[in-house]
Design a protein around this ligand. Structure first.
Ligand SMILES: C[S@@+](CC[C@H](N)C(=O)[O-])C[C@H]1O[C@@H](n2cnc3c(N)ncnc32)[C@H](O)[C@@H]1O
Length: 329
């Protein structure tokens, strides 16, 4: 198996050039990490400059139903931010808004419902509601364990970039042929691969199942930092490759530890992002510098998720369970 470092040198990765980091927006900068409030940062940007927004917002909603005002406040704050995003987005630009559910006393509140309404108010058009499926997480005992979040992909208008060929995945049965009609006997699959669908589970073995699995970023993951809600760079990479071209501006208003900025810079796009916490902002700077020097630890796009063979110790039925079974006989 290749080391993470070696396998990072995927041929398709073209690090951004020129690499010019600005601490505030400047037309000649190519990477702009901003330490501070998102709306304060957005106010400094010109109209219609950004091609793509990829982000996951904070869920600081408080109690959803007992303190209704808090949810209303959250909606109002996010609406103000989205209004600014609308202003800075190009007419053919896109937004990929990654959210899960807010949970309050066992009741779940799917945040994409709330955000869908806000984006529609500004005239955005939903192109996909992508399911990001992962295998790990808290085990619920009074409802089914949650194993997905969503990414709402909106476009600002009717015209938009969509580079399907750049994100195609191998066909399950490339050898399939038309069995009737004028093309009878000819291969029916697209030689460039198939559309990856709106269920994202990046896992080459499971390409057979038509799934993409971007493993949830957890402690064992090569990208893991101290940010508890980090998303995998791979997730942002899909969006960047499909929805922008080289040198386009990609923005993450809630940058966390900079996964979106890293994904954009890896593929020759300009990027900017705001993060209010200094400790996360410092990690953005460290990750970008590591990327520039070629030693950032990343999970490469499309690497298979580890699938247990069944021989691992953790995959065996515990002895205690077998003993209990024997006693109960
Ligand atoms: C869900 S995390 C994003 C994680 C990010 N996707 C990553 O992979 O690292 C949301 C981030 O938004 C930041 N944040 C919250 N409110 C903010 C604001 N008003 N302005 C800027 N950043 C904010 C939080 O500190 C947090 O790091």
């Amino acid at each position: 198996m290749m080391s993470d470092k070696k396998s990072n040198s995927l041929k398709r990765v073209t690090i951004l050039k020129p690499w010019k980091v600005g601490r505030g927006f400047a037309t000649d900068a190519t990477i702009v990490p901003f330490r501070g409030d998102a709306r304060e940062f957005l106010r400094t940007l010109p109209n219609k400059i950004v091609s793509l927004v990829v982000t996951s917002p904070p869920y600081n909603i408080g109690k959803v139903y007992e303190e209704r005002a808090s949810l209303d406040q959250y909606r109002a704050d996010q609406s103000r931010l989205i209004s600014e995003l609308h202003r800075v987005l190009k007419d053919d630009g896109s937004v990929c808004w990654q959210v899960g559910s807010f949970v309050d006393k066992g009741e779940i509140y799917p945040l994409d419902l709330l955000f869908y309404d806000i984006f529609k108010l500004f005239g955005f058009k939903l192109r996909n509601r992508i399911i990001w499926h992962y295998r790990h997480g808290l085990h619920a005992s009074r409802r089914f364990s949650g194993r997905y979040e969503t990414i709402l992909w909106f476009t600002k208008g009717d015209e938009y970039a969509f580079n399907l060929d750049d994100v195609r995945i191998p066909a399950i049965y490339p050898g399939k042929r038309y069995y009737k009609g004028p093309k009878k006997g000819k291969p029916s699959a697209n030689p460039k691969g198939k559309n990856p669908s709106d269920v994202w589970e990046i896992i080459s073995r499971d390409w057979q199942l038509g799934f993409w699995d971007i493993p949830n970023v957890k402690a064992y993951h090569p990208e893991k930092t101290i940010q508890p809600c980090q998303f995998p760079v791979e997730l942002a990479e899909r969006c960047v490759l499909a929805l922008t071209k080289k040198a386009d501006w990609v923005l993450d208003p809630y940058a966390g530890v900079g996964s979106t900025l890293v994904a954009a810079a890896m593929h020759g796009r300009r990027s900017m992002g705001s993060e209010k916490e200094r400790k996360y902002y410092n990690i953005i700077l460290q990750r970008l510098e590591a990327l520039r020097k070629g030693d950032l630890r990343l999970r490469p796009l499309g690497r298979p998720v580890h699938v247990p063979t069944g021989n691992e110790k953790v995959a065996q039925i515990p002895d205690e369970w077998n003993r209990t079974k024997r006693r109960g006989r």
